[in-house]
Design a protein around this ligand. Structure first.
Ligand code: CO
Length: 169
């Protein structure tokens, strides 16, 4: 497996809408494995393909990863994930992003969502996720539409964080 290069704000690919995956192949599976490897290497809990420079609707998530980067037993590999239901109830969570390094901020998300996706074998799956997992999934699926968590903040707060990110680079 290969650790891929992370693309960071303000690279253009992070604000682009990704393409649907039309066929699940060995190349897709290898890419998902490499994305997981890259995510664990940076102690992340989720990663979307545009973050490694690939404009495809692919995400990986592991909400069971420990602080030292030890992986959970069942990391998720999702192809063309789509939120088909969301709760009216919301939660606030302090989010960060490997592509927006060195900052974090509280974002409001749906407390529960239902996601439909293809697994790495091309089989349609449905997952109901709550709380932490729901937050990660909403963050990662946003990436596929060119949306970063900072885009959910007020303009003032967003500009403040961006200034800090650019200063740190
Ligand atoms: Co992110």
């Amino acid at each position: 497996m290969t650790i891929l290069t992370l693309h960071k704000y303000p690279e253009k690919i992070l604000s682009e809408v990704c393409d649907e995956v039309t066929a699940v192949t060995d190349t897709t599976r290898r890419l998902l494995d490499d994305m997981l490897e890259t995510m664990y290497a940076d102690k992340g809990v989720g990663l979307a393909a545009p973050q490694v420079g690939i404009k495809q609707r692919l995400i990986v998530v592991d909400d069971k990863v420990s602080e030292d980067g030890t992986r959970g037993p069942h990391p998720l590999r999702m192809i063309n994930p789509k939120i088909i239901e969301k709760s009216a109830a919301t939660i606030f969570f302090n989010e960060g992003c490997l592509s927006v390094p060195g900052v974090c901020a509280e974002v409001e998300r749906h407390q529960q969502i239902t996601v439909q996706y293809l697994d790495e074998n091309g089989v349609m799956q449905t997952l109901v996720a709550q709380d932490y997992l729901a937050v990660i999934l909403q963050h990662e699926i946003d990436h596929l539409d060119g949306i970063l968590y900072i885009d959910h903040l007020s303009r003032l707060k967003r500009n403040m964080l961006i200034k800090k990110v650019l200063r740190n680079q």
